[in-house]
Design a protein. Structure first.
Length: 294
């Protein structure tokens, strides 16, 4: 590999090859995942960081601001942690409209309030015109874990049940449609939202949750492939049961996409003990962000 390609940031095979060949050997295993669990005297913490370079910055159902907050909250949540504090770093292109920046900041504040987290620190840099696509945002987050909570593909066992919390593909299709000037009826909106309260409801129902992940870049298929590789088990899903809304199916057919590989921002996939699957699913369906759980 001589040069970095766009595919190296797509969440797929090229990105994983980049991580395994360069980042992991240099940084250790901590460089390979969305979140890390760290033990400090008296408590267990989860720590995560992510960068957001979405285009367009504003899209049906959200913008880069609430996306950055919700994405970081969700990475902590699916690690089994209760999100507490976030930081936010901005790289702003010279000439970017202040009115639009204000909209982004306000949406970040609203998303943080909805998730019950506090943005406690940040940084701002301005680069020359043409050196950024309007605004880039980096967020880091920290959350606390209760003793005994362990979310990992290594926990997955034969016979476990795979659960999806909602409809697939809305976010990725909404972004692509807005980027390419496409319209669909009914309109397709991003599912950007924080999932920490949904995860809390799942844990109230049962603590026998083996694994969770939010299927963002690379979609559900890539997420399950990663889990299968790390658990050394084959994961079988019933495609006819997957909740892909008709507008997303139609859009994917038009654009030549597989909805299983399209990004999501407001759902999670969980693997649970089969003995508690019905209890967990029932709790998810009772929650506002899990009503579409199949």
């Amino acid at each position: 590999m001589d040069k970095i390609l766009l595919g190296h940031g797509s969440g797929g095979k090229l990105m994983h090859a980049l991580i395994e060949e360069y980042f992991s050997p240099a940084f250790g295993n901590s460089g390979a995942g969305d979140s890390a669990v760290v033990d400090v005297p008296g408590t267990r913490l989860a720590f995560t960081t992510d960068s957001y370079v979405v285009s367009p910055l504003f899209f049906p159902g959200g913008n880069i601001g609430d996306l950055a907050v919700c994405g970081t909250v969700n990475d902590l949540s699916v690690a089994g942690a209760m999100p507490l504090y976030l930081t936010a770093g901005f790289i702003i292109e010279e000439g970017y409209p202040v009115a639009d920046l204000k909209k982004i900041i306000v949406s970040m504040a609203a998303a943080a309030k909805q998730a019950g987290v506090t943005i406690v620190a940040g940084d701002t840099k301005v680069v020359n015109k043409g050196k950024a696509d309007g605004v880039f945002i980096n967020t880091s987050g920290i959350g606390s874990l209760e003793d005994g909570v362990s979310i990992s593909p290594a926990n997955i066992r034969e016979g476990d049940t795979v659960i999806i919390s909602g409809e697939l593909g809305n976010h990725g299709v909404a972004i692509l449609a807005e980027r390419n000037g496409l319209t669909f009826e009914p309109p397709i909106k991003s599912d950007t939202r924080p999932l920490n309260s949904l995860v809390k409801a799942m844990y109230r129902a049962s603590d026998k949750i083996r694994f969770m992940r939010d299927p963002t870049r690379g979609g559900l298929a890539t997420t399950l492939k990663e889990a299968a590789l790390e658990s050394r088990l084959c994961i079988r899903i019933r495609e006819q049961m997957l909740p892909v809304p008709p507008p997303v199916k139609g859009a994917c057919s038009l654009l030549g996409l597989d909805p299983l590989y399209v990004a999501n921002e407001g759902i999670l996939v969980a693997v649970v003990d089969p003995g508690v699957a019905e209890i967990v699913v029932s709790a998810m369906r009772d929650h506002e962000h899990g009503k579409s759980t199949p």
